[in-house]
Design a protein around this ligand. Structure first.
Ligand code: HEC
Ligand code: HEC
Length: 295
């Protein structure tokens, strides 16, 4: 009994130390008012789950961050890659909830088992690292698009993939950053079909079959994925690819394609990327598939 009575005040002291960081409520973008006790709960949750990577001040320099690729996000920048909002605009809380609960495939950002008040609290706390973008009732949340209807469906999936190949290599020229997946003869034939002229040998970029790292806004080179090899951060199915293509990957160089290509082309590209993703399952099939680009 004696031991307990000494421990008790000590414990409450420790807890109140952590929870006393914020004394006042804050108003964030979209007019969201968050109480001091919510922010303190977020602070405690962050110290338990996030600090080892994202760092005490949110600068992405926690003790586990060394040598990590991609590096943990510097949350003081206030820019985010995978929110479903127009590039450069602010995520909604549901975007943060999704990213935290699902994680980002192929990165150290795992799915975190946080729900309800604690999930919301840690999201609100993350905003305090970037007051320049979040604080103030005048700030607004990002624009969301409606997802266009799938014009193909499972029945016409093969049509979508064939169309996607052409949009990928010619109309949208995704190979500016990503690699090509067809040989030059085939790509030239696509150009004849779309632009009425074959491609001359000197019109093919020397790095057609390479990944072109991008500078982006995150202070490290961002490598565009090879869809037949790399895990894709925010992708789980064809619809999730359509969503990513609409918004792009903010600040990474990967542009948004909504209204740059038609809705039908968006879905065709998504089916095509999903088809390429399947080669990840089978090394032999992948090698045979990529061998034709050496022809
Ligand atoms: C083991 C390391 C690690 C831990 C722990 C971790 N993260 Fe991350 N986090 C990352 C990495 C790495 C990225 C960058 C992924 C990328 O750029 O593709 C990231 C990215 C993010 C992003 C940016 C998402 C975007 O769309 O740009 C947010 C927000 C974030 N983390 C919040 C959290 C929160 C909140 C926690 C705790 C609940 C947490 N992270 C725990 C490694 C971690
Ligand atoms: C200017 C360069 C650039 C162009 C052009 C480009 N991308 Fe990207 N793309 C990137 C980069 C860089 C990434 C990696 C982003 C990251 O992980 O931070 C990326 C990532 C992706 C992803 C993965 C998203 C995720 O959740 O991990 C998909 C899918 C994708 N691009 C498809 C396309 C398609 C299809 C096109 C053509 C319509 C295209 N990209 C054109 C640079 C580009």
């Amino acid at each position: 009994m004696k031991k307990l009575s000494i421990l008790f005040p000590l414990l409450t002291l420790l807890v109140s130390c952590n929870s006393g960081k914020f004394k006042e409520s804050k108003t964030f973008a979209g007019g969201k008012v968050v109480s001091a006790s919510k922010l303190n709960m977020g602070h405690d949750t962050y110290l338990e789950y996030c600090v080892q990577c994202h760092g005490y001040k949110g600068e992405g320099d926690g003790p586990s961050s060394k040598g990590m690729y991609p590096p943990p996000r510097n949350l003081t920048q206030g820019i985010y890659k995978f929110a479903n909002v127009v590039g450069g605009e602010l995520p909604h809380d549901e975007d943060f909830y999704r990213i935290i609960n699902h994680g980002l495939n192929g990165s150290a950002m795992l799915p975190w088992d946080l729900h309800g008040d604690r999930l919301d609290a840690v999201v609100q706390y993350v905003k305090t690292f970037a007051p320049q973008v979040w604080e103030g009732a005048d700030k607004t949340l990002g624009t969301k698009y409606e997802i266009p209807k799938d014009p193909f469906g499972d029945t016409y999936k093969h049509v979508a993939i064939e169309k996607g190949k052409k949009v990928y290599h010619i109309t949208a020229a995704c190979t500016q950053c990503h690699r090509g997946y067809e040989n030059k003869e085939t790509i030239s034939a696509y150009n004849t079909e779309i632009n009425n002229a074959p491609l001359k040998p000197e019109e093919f970029a020397a790095d057609l079959y390479q990944l072109k790292p991008q500078d982006g806004e995150y202070n490290y080179k961002v490598i565009p994925p090879d869809f037949t090899y790399h895990p894709l951060r925010s992708i789980s199915n064809v619809e999730s690819i359509v969503i990513r293509l609409m918004y792009g990957v903010n600040g990474s160089g990967m542009p948004g394609w909504k209204d740059v290509v038609t809705d039908e082309e968006l879905w065709a590209l998504a089916y095509y990327v999903d088809y390429l993703r399947e080669f990840k399952q089978d090394v032999t099939k992948r090698e045979a598939f990529l061998a034709k680009t050496q022809e």
